[in-house]
Structure formats: structure tokens, C-alpha cells
Design a protein around this ligand. Sequence first.
Ligand code: FAD
Length: 393
Amino acid sequence: MSTQWLSDEQQEIRDLVRTLARERVAPRAADIDKGGEFPWDMVELLREQELFGLPFDEEYGGTGTGALMVLVAIEEISKVCATTGLLLAVQELGSLGLKLAGTEEQKARYLPRLASGEWLCAYALTEPGSGSDSAAMRSEARREGREYVLNGSKRFITNAGVAHLYTVFAKTDPDGGHGGISAFVVEADSPGFEVGRIEPKMGIKGSTTGEVFFNDCRVPAENLLGEEGEGFAIAMRVLDRSRPGIGAQGLGLAQGATDYALEYARSREAFGRPIAEHQLIGGMLADMETKCEAARGLLYRCGQMIDDGVDGPELTKISAIAKLFCTDVAMEVTTNAVQVLGGYGYMQEYPVERMMRDAKITQIYEGTNQIQRLVIAREMLRETRSFLLAGVG
Ligand SMILES: Cc1cc2nc3c(=O)[nH]c(=O)nc-3n(C[C@H](O)[C@H](O)[C@H](O)COP(=O)(O)OP(=O)(O)OC[C@H]3O[C@@H](n4cnc5c(N)ncnc54)[C@H](O)[C@@H]3O)c2cc1C
């Protein structure tokens, strides 16, 4: 498996995470899925092993090891348990608003608690009436003296009920379109903040997905992130950096399913030989591995670009490409892993059916894959490509 993308230090950290995932996370994965309970023991494990520090700079108590390293860690954990991999991805998603737009004071107040994992966080953009079209949100925030008063609700929020801190988007100018949206840090114990229903769902069952309500919810004015009206731009800049994390979750699922299917195909016999020696199965395994390798090349390149400081439209495009490709690979490869195992693949006793159910969400959240295609096409249309058509006609 490709290692040339990673420095010696990165490979060392990856190997530690891989071992931890295999020894401590994998044995819990099936029970987390069956029980559907939020895995506090996995939170404790990530805290203990200082893995929540991966997305944070050293000055705020993090490891300062960069974006690519976070992707590698999410991939390694998601190979065995996508719910646990998501814990790390959402710690990044929920904190990126602070990292990108927070003042020094805001960062110093919150980031160390997130880097240690003492606090979990969440990102609250989606509402009952606005998902893909997030600017159609209805939640509002109005300034009253030294506070903002928030009213409205958010739906499908990962870590609802377990997060201590929510990055929340609401309209400070309801008629202002995209430019009327602002971003806030809302602590879970703010007056008027409430958690609603936690949704039962198809996969990533240990992760909480729920509603949150703001009923005259009061937050100090200093919890505004950036300036009023900058919220939509902040939300999109966050997604440019967090979408690769979902790609990493998808890649982990795909590689985990490929590895499992390979082992199974070596030992399961049909027509007098291991099924891996039947060419149609061998061909499927080869395609699965090829897709994982291609996805990894793309994802790691995207992580490296973030670490190299690439920003703006170039980042928007590559992060959408990486999320799209890795998560489509996740769905296809996990489905094929079930096929390789035949009837056993369909049984809950084997992990590939869980992986297939878990893979589906990666094509939906942080922007559906239709939305990724729209983003990529929009960026392509903005680029100038001065060849081919020159001189035609
Ligand atoms: C388990 C889970 C966890 C989540 N976690 C979070 C979270 O932590 N924070 C958060 O803010 N949100 C979260 N979400 C919300 C998620 O990001 C949205 O569900 C997603 O963006 C799609 O929005 P929607 O469900 O409203 O679908 P809709 O926007 O209603 O879309 C429905 C369908 O129409 C398609 N569609 C919409 N517009 C277009 C278009 N212009 N062109 C082509 N096709 C289009 C979509 O691709 C989709 O297939 C989560 C969702 C789930 C299920």
C-alpha cells in the first residue's frame, strides 16, 4: 500500500493509529453498531491517545502535524469503525470555524479544550427546510446590547447532545441573502439552547444525529465569529477543509472492506478451490484495490495541498473532487465486498454489511455528491483553458 506520500514521522503516527484501531477500536465496532449508543469509551480512547490533538496547532495544545495527518488517522480508524473515525472528523469540522475566523481570544478560550478532547464540538448548518440550499436557512440572530439572541432550529446535527460547543449559522439580516448570515460559537449550556430528537438511522449508528433548538438563546456578542454577514463564507471555507475528512472516512471503509473480502476469498472454497482463484472474484478484488489506491492518491494530494497553504477556488475544487471520488468508491467497493462474501456478506455476523450501510452516508453529508459535482463543474467553468478550441472552425 502506498507510503511514498508520507514522511517518516507521518508513517510512524499512521502505524500507531493503525495498531490502536486494530487492537482497541475494531473489537468494539459491531457492538457500537448493534447498540446504537454513543461510544464514550472510544472518545476516552482518543483522548487518552491524544488523537483529538491531530487537527490542532501546537500553540493550542494540538500536535501541529497538519491536515494530511488528520486524513490518514480518520482513514485508519474508519477501516475498522466509521463511527469512531467520525469522532475525529467532526472534532475538526466543528472547530474549523474558530480556527479560520476566530480571534486570538476565542481560539485561546476554546481550542485547547477541543484539542484535548475534554470538549466535543459540532457544526450546525442544516435546517428542516434547508440542506443543500443552506443559504435558505430560517434561523435568526438579533443583537441585543452585549448579546445575540438566536431563534430557530437545526436538524441532522452530528454530535447533537454530546457536544459542548456548536458552531452555529443564523441570519443577522434575514433579507440579506448569503451576505445576511453570521456564524456563532454556542456553548451547550447557553440559556435557550435545547437538544431535540436523536434520529435512528441506517448506519454510523453510534454517532448521534439530532435536532437542536434555539429559543431566545442568548450568547455573548464576543461569540460572533468574524464579522456579521461573513457566516456563509465561513461555512463554505470550513467545508473546503472538512470534506476531505469525509473522503477519508469513505476511503477507510472501502479499504477495510477490501481487506476483509480478500482474507475471506483466500479461505472460502467453492468448486474445489479458494474463491479468490476464480477469476471473476480475483477481478473484483483487483478493481476494489485499484479504486482504493486511486482514491488515496487523490485524498493525500488534497491533504498535502491544504498543508501547503492552497486556498480559494483551487482548494474548493480539489476538496470536492476528493470527497466525491473517495465516497463513491466507498459505496461501490463496500457493496462489492458484500458480493464477494456471497450470502455471508449479507449477514450481520460479518462486518461488510455494516461497512456498506456506513458508506452510504459519506455520499450524503457535508454536501451530497450531486452538490460536489455542481461545485466541481462551477469551478471548471470559471477556469480559463486556452487550448483545443483555438483555431477550430
Ligand atoms: C447522518 C447525518 C449527519 C449529518 N450531520 C450534519 C452536521 O453535523 N451538520 C450539518 O449542518 N448537517 C449535517 N447533516 C445534513 C446533511 O449535510 C444534509 O442532509 C445534506 O447536505 C443534504 O441536505 P438535505 O438532506 O436537506 O437534502 P436536500 O437538499 O433536500 O436534497 C435532496 C436530494 O436532492 C439533491 N439536490 C438538491 N439540490 C440539488 C441541485 N441543485 N442539483 C442536483 N441535485 C440536487 C440532493 O443531492 C439530494 O439527492 C447530516 C445528515 C445526516 C443524514
